[in-house]
Design a protein around this ligand. Sequence first.
Ligand SMILES: CN1CCN(Cc2ccc(Cn3ccc4ccc(-c5n[nH]c(N)c5C#N)cc43)cc2)CC1
Length: 242
Amino acid sequence: MRIDVVTIFPGYLAPLREALLGRAIGSGLLDVAVHDLRDWTHDVHQAVDDSPYGGGPGMVMRPQVWGDALDAVLAADERPARLVVPTPAGRPFTQADAHAYAAEERLVFACGRYEGIDQRVVDHYADALPVDEISIGDYVLVGGEVAVLVVVEAVARLLPGVLGNPRSAAEDSFSDGLLEGPSYTRPEVWRDRPVPDVLRSGNHGAIARWRRDRALERTVARRPDLLAALPPDALDKKDRAL
Ligand SMILES: CN1CCN(Cc2ccc(Cn3ccc4ccc(-c5n[nH]c(N)c5C#N)cc43)cc2)CC1
């Protein structure tokens, strides 16, 4: 998979080259190119923004610069691409999106700043390729770069060979529609707090039941919306007895 990121703060994307993602890049599983939007400005001030039509606070990113940048970036590789534009007004990014994006040959991310990117940029490219305006959560950031780091990590970990243990991705939180329950490791007792006996029992059936119960409890307490979204047959009689 090839990933391109266009931003006015290339340094913000440096973490992409660390740790797991850095190894994925090094092993050729992932090809990442970060582009400075200002490389496509032509004025001495390298202006990328201007005042909003209709008034209002802040500035809006100019379509011309974005058009020149995205034309050049898209033309640099013949693989079909999906353009992903993080925005507070975007559709919520989900684990299902991460799986869908992991199947793409190429993702191009447009990182906005200020009050966002002139809408005509999204409208223009939507005539030529799939374009997603996504949000990583109901809180307000200052730009799209952090969202790109989140999305790229969520996607890259699903690529074959990136995670040391492929079972991790297969048994993700949300993969069965529930939150993950608590995890424990050595020592058996830490500051007078023991590991739950069932986890040391060797009784795999009882362990699976215990883990499912804890996942259900946590989901009820923290994300009742996930329960409501489960298909009718997702909970068995024992689940409902909890
Ligand atoms: C008067 N009001 C009119 C509405 N604006 C709304 C607004 C517009 C842009 C920005 C800053 N920004 C610029 C590009 C960009 C991309 C993503 C995100 C982002 N934030 N939160 C997420 N989950 C994000 C994601 N993914 C923020 C971004 C902040 C707030 C505020 C002022």
